[in-house]
Each structure stands twice: as structure tokens, then as C-alpha cells.
Design a binder for this molecule. Structure first.
Ligand code: GAP
Length: 463
């Protein structure tokens, strides 16, 4: 378990403009968060890197952006209306509602809880004498199923109003568009469809900052293939996912592990499921699900829409319902993984030779929200003229900040705290020799470089 203090992360994220509690001026809105100026840069970088890897650099995956408002039948067909539930238990004393499995997991661990029936969970809570974390009483209702779909209504008049669900996972719009994508592109099986978008879940307990929230984004890819290929493709996408995390995002592999779902833990659609887990401050936690969904979804949408969804293979003259291998990654969770993995506290010497603490976000350069900070040594007109000119030129090529106030030491620390890979300092010598100091974030090495060579240097080093 990592020893990072989550309260520190929440406070840093707000102070530095990464994540804000949503609707804060009205007292916040239960477990919903907004991404601030640097948070949005960070998640846009993550989404772009994923899209590049899964769509742009391949020929066999198409993109899609499905609507959030969907026909309610989709969620009946997908099995979510019936089976997308969590075990709920109420404290009779203080009336708080909690997830029965999470209550137990916190005391006896995930392994002993996975796959238990509602009655078993209720009994285990009694046997373990688990008291309510809010009021300390041991007075529970029986454990029952609670559906996570978020219900809404639309319509202009009262009679016209109709209920529907906000999507609980993005991939259902992929399944219902399978034939549209197939017909409008020149793809043949095997091929995939990728999507990035919002999903909504009425989570009973939200927890650990942006880890478990009610509104979040997913990056999902469904790979359609013949049933005989499904296991091979499943292994392939598992390997791809792991490599992307380690090689592209630079996540420390020691903080990652695979966990296979137990048979009785599998989602209603899955034949096999493996999660990538992160070594978070509260223990190993799942953030990327890989599922072999078989032909569950296409078969069910065929049944519920009354129109079978079949693929015709010209080569083999065979008609079949494709199998689906899915990779499903939460953007919101990935953002926290990347932050936790990068968050480092080091002891360093300041300009006066005194030891002090430095908080530095060691983001991979591709992920860092700001790539370069341009800093005049002092707020003097002649220095500002040069630094402004450099900023005006570089900001067209890289995401830059022009930071002019406070001591240079404090500005370096501020840039370290937001993970900026390079600081460029304009000093009085720059006015004479046309050179600036470039400082690298992690090692804090500094070197002089000609202003004319800056752009090329950054291009070579930022990748
Ligand atoms: N289409 C399959 C699917 O949705 P899932 O395991 O329920 O599978 C996939 O969710 C990913 O979505 C998770 O690995 C996680 O990253 C993210 N996710 C799920 N529920 C979430 C929540 N309440 N808050 C933030 N992210 C969530």
C-alpha cells in the first residue's frame, strides 16, 4: 500500500487547479467533481494518448461518439435493468445507506467477500460484528439489491414525459451501432470500435476522491471477432493495455498488478474478466476492466429489437453473432492513478543552501498538463520583453505558462508541483548573449541554451 496521504492529494488537486468539488458555492453535489484548468489538460492528454494507441495507430479500430440519452430498451436488453445492482444495507439507527460488501471488505478483505449471496453478506456482517461507521451502532436491515442505473425523464408536457436511463457504461452505444459502423466503413471481422464518453452510476457509497463517483468518463473498446478467436484476442488486448500503461504513460510497474475475477464475481455478461489494479493508498484497487463478453450483448440486442445482429463472412460463407472482447478504462480513475504515481516528496536544498521539502509531480512528459514555463528572473521590463517574445512563440507549439511574479525559487517549486517538465529562465545575461537557462524538473539540472535553439531542444525532448 502506498503511503501517500489522500487528504494531501485532495488539497493539492484543488489548490493547483486539477480537481474541484462540483457546485462548491452551493455546498457541493454528492460525489461529483469538476476538472480545473490543469485537470482538463491532464485528462485531455490521457484521452488523446489512448485514442492514438487504440484508433489512430491501427487500421482495425473505428471511433464512435454515441449519445448519452438512449432508448430505455437498450438497458433492458443489456441486462442492466435486471442485474446491474450492488448489495445495499441500511443502518436502522442513523438511517445511513451503505454497500454491504464494502463494509466487509474494509474489515476482512475483498477475497473473502467476492461472490457472496445477499443472505451470506448479511450474516457475515452480524458474525463480524461490524458497526455502522457513522453512528457506531450494530443495527442493520437485511441486505438487498440496489440498481445503479440513473433514471431521468424528458418530454415537453406532463403526458409526454418519459423515463429513461443515463448510460451506465458507454459500450452499449457501440453494440447498437455495430451494424452502422460495419456498413459505413470497409471493416471486416475482426475489428474494433472505440469510444470515450461519460457514464453515470447511482453508486451507494462513493469513495476515495475521484475513484468512485456518480458521473465519470470511460474509454472503452469493443473488439468483435469470431468465437474461435476470442481467447487469443483477449490475451492480445490484455498485453496491449499493460504495455500502454507502462511504456506510454510511464506508470511504475511495481504499482500495477492483474487480478482475475472469481467465477461467482463475474458481471452478468462476462465469461472471463481480469482487472488491472493500482497500489493505491487505501490498498490494491481496480481501474481497468478487461472482459470477454462473448456474444451476450449482440445476441440480446437482436432479441429485444426483433432483428438478429449477424455478421456474414464471405470467405467462409458463414453467418454468426460475433464475440466481443472489451477493454474498459475509467478516465477519472486513470487520472488519479497517474497523479498518485507521479506525486513525490523530496528533500532538496534551496537557493540559500537550506534543506526544504519539494513536492514534485513526476508526470511522463506526454502526460504533463503544462510542458514549458517561461520565467523572467525578475519582473523588469527588459527581461519581460524577452520572456514575452519567447512565450508568444512557444505557446503556438507547446502548452506553456508565462509566470512572472514571486521569487524564481518559488516559481520553480510551483512548476514542480504541477509537473512541468521544463522551466526556461530569462536573466540579465540573456540580454547580452541571447541565451536562457533551461531547467529540467526531475533532476533539477540546468544548462544554458541559445534562444534560437529552444524550440528544437523542446521538440526533441518532449517527444
Ligand atoms: N463496460 C464494462 C464496464 O463498464 P466496469 O468494470 O463496470 O465495466 C469499467 O467499469 C471502468 O469504469 C472501471 O474499471 C473504472 O475505471 C470505471 N468506473 C466504473 N465505475 C466507476 C465509478 N463509480 N467512478 C469512477 N470510475 C468508475
Amino acid at each position: 500500500m502506498s503511503d501517500i496521504n489522500m487528504e494531501e492529494i485532495v488539497s493539492w488537486a484543488k489548490r493547483r487547479g486539477f480537481v474541484f468539488p462540483s457546485s462548491e458555492i452551493y455546498g457541493g453535489f454528492a460525489s461529483v467533481y469538476d476538472f480545473g484548468p490543469l485537470g482538463v489538460e491532464l485528462i485531455n492528454n490521457l484521452k488523446k494518448l489512448w485514442w492514438k494507441n487504440v484508433v489512430w495507430e491501427r487500421g482495425d479500430v473505428e471511433g464512435l461518439d454515441g449519445a448519452i440519452f438512449t432508448h430505455p430498451k437498450i438497458w433492458e436488453a443489456s441486462g442492466h435493468v435486471e442485474s446491474f445492482t450492488d448489495p445495499l444495507v441500511d443502518c436502522k439507527s442513523c438511517k445511513k445507506r451503505l454497500r454491504a460488501d464494502r463494509l466487509l471488505e474494509d474489515k476482512i478483505g475483498v477475497e473473502k467477500v467476492a461472490g457472496r449471496s445477499l443472505a451470506e453478506l448479511g450474516q457475515m456482517i452480524q458474525d463480524e460484528e461490524i458497526a455502522c461507521p457513522h453512528c457506531g451502532m450494530l443495527d442493520w436491515t437485511e441486505v438487498r439489491d440496489f440498481n445503479l442505473l440513473v433514471e431521468c425523464s424528458i418530454g415537453v408536457t406532463e403526458e409526454d414525459k418519459r423515463n429513461f436511463y443515463l448510460r451506465g457504461e458507454t459500450c452499449q452505444t457501440i453494440f447498437v451501432n455495430f451494424e452502422n459502423v460495419l456498413q459505413s466503413t470497409r471493416q471486416k471481422l475482426p475489428f474494433g470500435i472505440a469510444q470515450i464518453g461519460k457514464a453515470f452510476r447511482n453508486e451507494i457509497t462513493t469513495k476515495n476522491f475521484i475513484w468512485r463517483v456518480r458521473e465519470f468518463e470511460q474509454m472503452e473498446m469493443q473488439y468483435f471477432c469470431h468465437s474461435s478467436l476470442a481467447d487469443k484476442k483477449y490475451d492480445y488486448w490484455k498485453k496491449e493495455s499493460w504495455q500502454w500503461l507502462v511504456d506510454v504513460l510511464g506508470i511504475d510497474r511495481d504499482n500495477l498488478r492483474w487480478r482475475q475475477h472469481e467465477r461467482d464475481e463475474l458481471a452478468h455478461y462476462a465469461r472471463d474478466a481480469w482487472d488491472v489494479e493500482y497500489n493505491a493508498p487505501w490498498g490494491w484497487a481496480e481501474f481497468w476492466g478487461q472482459h470477454n463478453r462473448q456474444d451476450w450483448d449482440l445476441k440480446r440486442h437482436g432479441m429485444y429489437s426483433g432483428k438478429e445482429i449477424l455478421y456474414y463472412d464471405q470467405k467462409t460463407d458463414e453467418k454468426y453473432i460475433p464475440f466481443v472482447v472489451e477493454t474498459s478504462l475509467g478516465v477519472t480513475r486513470l487520472a488519479l492513478v497517474v497523479i498518485l504515481d507521479a506525486y513525490t516528496i523530496e528533500e532538496v536544498e534551496n537557493e540559500k543552501g537550506k534543506k526544504e521539502e519539494r513536492v514534485v509531480l513526476k508526470f511522463d512528459k506526454k502526460v504533463a498538463p503544462i510542458k514549458v514555463a517561461i520565467l523572467p528572473l525578475m519582473k523588469k521590463d527588459n527581461l519581460l520583453d524577452v520572456s514575452s517574445e519567447i512565450y508568444d512563440n512557444l505557446k503556438k507549439k507547446f502548452v506553456c505558462q508565462h509566470d512572472v511574479t514571486q521569487s524564481i525559487g518559488k516559481r520553480y517549486r510551483r512548476q514542480d508541483e504541477i509537473g512541468t517538465p521544463y522551466c526556461v529562465t530569462v536573466d540579465f545575461d540573456s540580454l547580452e548573449d541571447g541565451q536562457v537557462t533551461i531547467r529540467e524538473r526531475d533532476g533539477m539540472e540546468q544548462k544554458r541554451i541559445k534562444i534560437d535553439d529552444l524550440e528544437g531542444y523542446l521538440r526533441d525532448n518532449l517527444g
